[in-house]
Write a protein that binds this ligand. Structure first.
Ligand code: KIV
Ligand code: ZN
Length: 385
């Protein structure tokens, strides 16, 4: 079976930047865009040009700065938005307009106060206008996760006929379960006339913690683009995390997928985004969290020290992280203690480790983590005794 390329669409600079307190200026956005290009993403969603003069400028400057990556600007299905986006993208070698409208009955009623027929008309008009301005047009069916599947299929068929090159099926509210999201994508693959002319894209939010699982389920069902952000930043509980998608695809070769992502750059870009957006990464975050390669319980430490793969499915060097950490707590065992002493230059005998271990437990019960200074004191005490 030949491998299928999954296009990585990064929206850190658009959906990610919507996180309260994460606003970026143009210089910061350009710097991050260049790093995203080095990382190997295929598409950078650079902003929402009509939303502010600053965002327009960012999309324009990113379009000038990057060389081999598609630059995308978001719009509503509104003429002025689309014209402004095309203007902001005029220097891009590979420009894409990302236009769309609500597709669930909830959005049609409460946001647009209109009918399904009118939504299809507006969507077709927006895509046609955008296609007159740029050759690559992505259509998003907002809240597709909660949309009626028969209507969603009609809408997607209409926008492909109008010229959409990519069709985005967002689970905007993070509502779907993986099998439900996959069923939606499968239905479109099997029922939409002309679907082979467009790439299907997954755009999943993390309100139930399922964004990555849903995106991968969508790809298995036939989607070939995944929209994601570094560190999973995004509205509310965030978006699908790029580093998780990249490593799921890398670790599960049986899926038959590949991406252009250079995984050894993931850790550095995670830290850069975190620092630039002033948004810390949670320590237990998959792939890039501080504890992603830390072992603290005795059973795990003993296994890991015998053979790393007993408790690690990823070598930290594969994602550009520091080497794995053996953290000493009251749950740690003798082998971890001996290992840490060895790193400090003390090769204690088994009997000496036994003596040290009892003293270590007293310190460990009083502290959250036993550090090198504590170990040095324990070693000195033993040598004095
Ligand atoms: O979550 C969403 O539906 C979006 C669209 C604008 C693509 O971010
Ligand atoms: Zn979104």
């Amino acid at each position: 079976m030949s491998e299928q390329k999954i296009h990585i669409f990064d929206t850190t600079l658009r959906d990610g930047e919507q996180v309260p307190g994460c606003k970026l200026n143009t210089d910061e956005k350009v710097k991050l865009a260049l790093k995203l290009e080095e990382l190997g993403v295929d598409i950078i969603e650079a902003g929402f040009p009509i939303s502010s003069p600053g965002d327009f400028q960012s999309v324009e400057e990113i379009s000038k700065a990057v060389k081999n990556v598609t630059v995308c600007g978001l719009t509503r299905a509104v003429q002025k938005d689309i014209e402004v986006a095309a203007d902001a993208l005029k220097y891009a070698k590979l420009p894409r307009i990302h236009t769309g409208i609500g597709s669930s009955d909830n959005h049609i009623k409460y946001k647009f106060n209109t009918t399904r027929e009118n939504i299809i008309e507006r969507a077709e008009k927006a895509v046609k206008l955008a296609r007159n301005l740029v050759p690559d047009v992505e259509f998003y069916a907002e809240d597709a996760g909660r949309a009626d599947i028969i209507f969603l299929a009609q809408l997607i068929e209409a926008v492909i006929a109008a010229g959409a090159t990519v069709v985005n099926i967002p689970d905007t509210t993070g509502f779907c379960l993986p099998h439900q999201y996959a069923e939606k994508i499968s239905y479109l693959v099997n029922h939409v006339k002309g679907i082979e002319k467009a790439i299907i894209s997954c755009h999943c939010h993390n309100d139930l913690g399922l964004a990555t699982a849903n995106s991968i389920a969508g790809a298995i069902a036939g989607a070939r683009q995944i929209e994601c952000t570094i560190n999973g930043l995004g509205e509310r509980a965030g978006n699908t995390s790029l580093e998780e998608v990249a490593m799921v695809i890398k670790k599960h070769a049986e899926l038959g997928f590949n991406t252009n992502i250079d995984s050894t750059k993931l850790h550095a870009i995670s830290r850069l985004v975190s620092d630039t957006m002033r948004m810390p990464v949670q320590p237990n975050k998959a792939i890039v969290g501080d504890n992603a390669f830390a072992h603290s319980s005795g059973i795990h430490q003993d296994g890991f020290l015998k053979e790393a793969t007993t408790y690690e499915i990823i070598d930290p060097l594969e994602v550009g992280a520091d080497i794995s950490k053996i953290v000493l707590t009251a749950r740690s065992g003798r082998s971890a203690l001996a290992y840490r002493f060895k790193k400090l230059g003390h090769d204690f005998t088994r009997d000496e480790v036994d003596v040290l271990y009892d003293r270590f437990l007293i310190v460990a019960d009083a502290k959250k983590e036993v550090n090198d200074e504590d170990l040095k004191k324990l070693a000195e005490e033993l040598e004095r005794a």
